[in-house]
Design a protein. Structure first.
Length: 171
């Protein structure tokens, strides 16, 4: 029985494909917990405007995500750390902007609906948590995972990408 568990953990930790996707989702959930806890604490305990709290929470979650993805999810030890850092910052900046503005737009759009105001009048101040959840799932699946898998944690350099594009244009 113990060998089966040990083998399963090894397969999950070492294989690519769906296993890599599952590891990415697991580390994303850990980072999201950090992100949400920081955001909610900042709003509820320190009365920081939810947009600023969303930004700060995204920064904290992003740091956790970068470390976990580098070490465990994508196993990028052969990549030069500073290049991973630069590429992660580029992708992360877009992710933070998508999360912050998406949360703001969805929260404001939903809260201006008259039937939502009437139905949720007591909970309207906490609507940003729902919006943040929806937006973070969309950004995570559509942006973060794909960019991390194909760009950030690959041993490629930005200048190599542009060089390949120039070669393709000449053909």
């Amino acid at each position: 029985m113990f060998n089966w568990v040990k083998t399963s953990v090894k397969v999950f930790s070492e294989r690519g494909g769906i296993f890599m996707f599952m590891r990415a989702q697991f580390t994303s959930q850990i980072a999201s917990v950090v992100d949400f806890v920081v955001t909610i604490l900042l709003v509820k305990l320190f009365h920081i405007y939810y947009v600023y709290a969303t930004f700060i929470g995204s920064v904290c979650g992003g740091i956790v995500n970068c470390i976990l993805n580098y070490v465990w999810t994508f196993k990028s030890k052969d990549c030069i750390k500073r290049y991973v850092f630069y590429k992660y910052i580029l992708v992360w900046t877009c992710s933070i902007m998508l999360n912050t503005w998406g949360t703001y737009l969805l929260t404001e759009t939903i809260s201006k609906n008259p039937w939502v105001k009437k139905a949720l009048h007591v909970y309207i101040d906490d609507l940003f948590v729902f919006s943040k959840g929806v937006v973070s799932l969309l950004v995570g699946f559509l942006w973060n995972y794909n960019m991390h898998r194909t760009f950030v944690y690959k041993n490629i350099h930005v200048k190599d990408i542009f060089a390949k594009n120039e070669q393709n244009k000449k053909r």
